[in-house]
Design a protein around this ligand. Structure first.
Ligand SMILES: [Zn+2]
Ligand SMILES: [Zn+2]
Length: 285
C-alpha cells in the first residue's frame, strides 16, 4: 500500500505508490493526443483515491513510486535517491553496497507484507527504467556496470587531462609574453614553474570528475599521489640522480615541487567545491 516518504525532487513528504497501485495509475498517465486532459485527470483522481492526497500535477506521479527509491538512509531516514545509491544526498552519509542492498530488500519487504514474496521476486528481477518523462531530465536507472567501468578510467583519464592542460597553458603564456612582443625570445621558466601547478591541479580535479562516486576521497588520493611523487623527485634531486637523463638544477626542482603540491591542493579544493555544488537538488517541474 502507498506510503508517505520524503521526495527529494519535491523536497517534501508525499504519498508514494507501491507497484500494484502504480500499475493502476500508470495506464491513466499515458498521453494520447485525443484525450490528454481527461485521462490525466483520471490519473490524478485515482492517485487521490489511493492515497487521500490531492495532487495537481500528473507528471509528479511518475516519480511518486516507492520502487524508484532506495531504502531509508541509516543516518537521517530519508529515502536514498535510487535503489543502488550508497550516498545520501540529504545528509551525506555513506553506506556500503551490501548494506544498502540488504536494507532495500527489508524495506521493500515491509512495504506490503502480504505481497512480500512478489516484491522480493520483483526486486531480484532486472532494474526498471523509470517512467519519468524525458523533459524531467532524470536518469534513475541503476547502472552498476557503467560505474565500475568508469573507475578504470579515473587514473588514465586524470593523467591525460593533466598532460592536455599544458597545451592551453603554453599557448596562453606564449601569447602573453612573446606573442605580444613583451619578451623575446620566449622565456621557458614561467612555463616550467606553472606547468606542474596547472597539470597536477587538472589531474586531481579531472580524476574526481571522472570518478562515479566518492569524489572527495578520489581527489584526496590523487593529491596524495602527487605529493608522494613530488617528494620522490625531490629526494632524487638531493641525491643528484638524473631524471630522464637530465640533472635538473635543485633550485628549479624545488620550485617545480612546490608548484606541483600547490596544484594538487588546488585540484582537491576544486573537486570538493564541485561536489558540494552538485548536491543542490533541481526544483520540482
Ligand atoms: Zn516528488
Ligand atoms: Zn541521510
Amino acid at each position: 500500500m502507498a506510503r508517505t516518504l520524503y521526495c527529494w525532487r519535491c523536497k517534501m513528504d508525499i504519498p508514494m505508490l507501491d507497484e500494484r497501485e502504480w500499475e493502476e495509475v500508470r495506464p491513466l498517465l499515458r498521453i494520447r493526443p485525443d484525450d490528454v486532459g481527461a485521462r490525466r485527470q483520471s490519473a490524478l483522481d485515482r492517485y487521490h483515491a489511493i492515497t487521500g492526497f490531492r495532487e495537481t500535477e500528473p507528471n509528479a506521479i511518475f516519480h511518486h513510486r516507492i520502487r524508484l527509491y532506495g531504502p531509508p538512509c541509516e543516518a537521517c531516514e530519508k529515502p536514498l535517491r535510487t535503489p543502488n545509491a550508497t550516498w545520501c544526498a540529504v545528509c551525506g552519509a555513506h553506506t556500503d553496497k551490501a548494506t544498502v542492498l540488504r536494507r532495500h530488500r527489508q524495506f521493500m519487504f515491509g512495504i506490503d507484507k502480504g505481497r512480500s514474496g512478489q516484491v522480493d521476486a520483483e526486486w531480484l528481477g532486472p532494474p526498471l527504467e523509470t517512467e519519468c518523462p524525458a523533459e524531467h531530465g532524470h536518469v534513475n536507472r541503476p547502472n552498476v556496470a557503467h560505474s565500475s567501468a568508469r573507475w578504470l578510467i579515473v587514473l588514465p583519464g586524470a593523467i591525460a587531462a593533466g598532460i592536455a592542460s599544458l597545451i592551453p597553458l603554453h599557448l596562453v603564456l606564449y601569447q602573453t609574453l612573446t606573442g605580444s612582443g613583451l619578451i623575446e625570445p620566449y622565456p621557458e621558466l614561467p612555463e616550467r614553474i606553472l606547468g606542474p601547478l596547472v597539470a597536477t591541479a587538472t589531474f586531481v580535479w579531472a580524476g574526481a570528475k571522472i570518478a562515479p562516486s566518492h569524489k572527495g576521497k578520489t581527489a584526496l588520493t590523487l593529491s596524495g599521489l602527487v605529493v608522494l611523487l613530488g617528494c620522490t623527485a625531490l629526494g632524487l634531486g638531493l641525491a643528484q640522480t638524473p631524471i630522464f637523463g637530465q640533472l635538473i638544477q635543485l633550485k628549479y626542482r624545488g620550485l617545480i615541487l612546490i608548484g606541483a603540491v600547490a596544484g594538487a591542493v588546488l585540484g582537491f579544493a576544486l573537486a570538493l567545491h564541485d561536489e558540494s555544488s552538485s548536491k543542490s537538488i533541481p526544483d520540482r517541474p
